[in-house]
Write a protein that binds this ligand. Structure first.
Ligand SMILES: Nc1nc2c(ncn2[C@@H]2O[C@H](COP(=O)(O)OP(=O)(O)OP(=O)(O)O)[C@@H](O)[C@H]2O)c(=O)[nH]1
Ligand SMILES: [Mg+2]
Length: 294
């Protein structure tokens, strides 16, 4: 086929604008974790979509924000590196929030030689008249190739957006085999699913302090059930009691939720053992960041 198209598409925007939810909806599988908390995504996560007309390699990125820590600075730098190297940039702007200085800064940064598409996300959250108004104000912000409202939650215009993406990609062969939908390793998936469970069950500032690693995956006493040993790092000793909860109830709840998510992902029963550790002020400490792969 000569007119097959393929290429890389970065999803960028402020934190909590629905980028990861949109990535999952476009791929049709859960690749990236999502949460109601800002700054959920901490890596560039690829999701690959296959269609007869083309292949789209989506790259989800951390939300761009005013950094308060070295981690924040590194994540913003990672996003800038990612969008400099793609064929198309999707700028995610939520329908239910005003366009703010954060959005304008991002649009200014991504404006250049790479074609831009504006995606008005979470369109199910507003009335049609508000959405029309929003599309008008988004339109005035940049010379977009396209502006499209979507709802990843209600599956509104997701396939249409995919068609637009393919149409704007260059002609070229498939870059991944057809059965590849992500590049996430099993261990990264487990640690992310644990962090996702913890994000939803913890309030306040604690979510930002969490880092999860997988220490080991072994076989259980029955000789067949995998046992996953995960470690949740906090930044301060005083945060431990919040994570553990009264008589360890909260960490237990996090474990139950994360285990169910990992079992769903693997399609089999697993055991999950969680430990809690402290890596003092890790978001500000270059050595800790290196240890955690940032
Ligand atoms: N109603 C509605 N909610 C949505 C939609 N898309 C995302 N959300 C919600 O918005 C919140 C943030 O979604 P995420 O996908 O984690 O946002 P993100 O942009 O990846 O956030 P960061 O990784 O922190 O930058 C979650 O609670 C989602 O469930 C949508 O289409 N409709
Ligand atoms: Mg995200």
């Amino acid at each position: 086929m000569t007119d097959f198209r393929s290429g890389f598409v970065a999803l960028v925007g402020r934190p909590n604008t629905g980028k990861s939810t949109l990535l999952n909806a476009l791929v049709g599988e859960k690749i990236a974790i999502t949460s109601t908390r800002p700054q959920t995504t901490r890596r560039a996560i690829r999701g690959i979509v296959h269609r007869p007309e083309g292949q789209v390699i989506l790259v989800d990125t951390p939300g761009i924000h005013k950094p308060k820590t070295l981690l924040g600075q590194r994540l913003n730098a990672l996003v800038a590196q990612t969008y400099a190297d793609v064929d198309l940039i999707l700028c995610c702007l939520p329908a239910d929030e005003e366009i703010g200085p954060g959005d304008k800064r991002i649009i200014n940064d991504i404006s250049g030689s790479i074609p831009l598409i504006a995606v008005v996300t979470k369109s199910d959250r507003v009335a049609p008249a508000t959405l029309m108004e929003k599309l008008g104000s988004v339109g005035a912000l940049a010379p977009w190739q396209e502006i499209i409202p979507v709802s990843a939650k209600k599956d509104f215009q997701i396939e249409k957006l995919l068609g637009l993406l393919i149409a704007h990609l260059p002609e070229g062969p498939a870059l991944y085999p057809e059965d590849y939908i992500s590049e996430e390793s099993e261990l990264d998936t487990y640690s992310e699913l644990i962090r996702e469970a913890a994000l939803e069950l913890l309030s306040d500032e604690l979510p930002h302090s969490l880092m999860v690693t997988i220490e080991e995956v072994a076989l259980g006493d029955d000789g067949k059930t995998p046992v996953i040993y995960g470690k949740i790092f906090l930044e301060r000793d005083s945060q431990k009691k919040i994570l553990l909860g009264k008589s360890g109830e909260r960490i237990k709840e996090i474990g139950t939720k994360a285990r169910a998510a990992i079992e769903k992902h693997r399609g089999e029963k697993v055991f999950l053992k969680l430990h809690v550790g402290v890596e003092s002020e890790w978001q500000r400490n270059p050595r800790s960041l290196e240890k955690f792969g940032f």
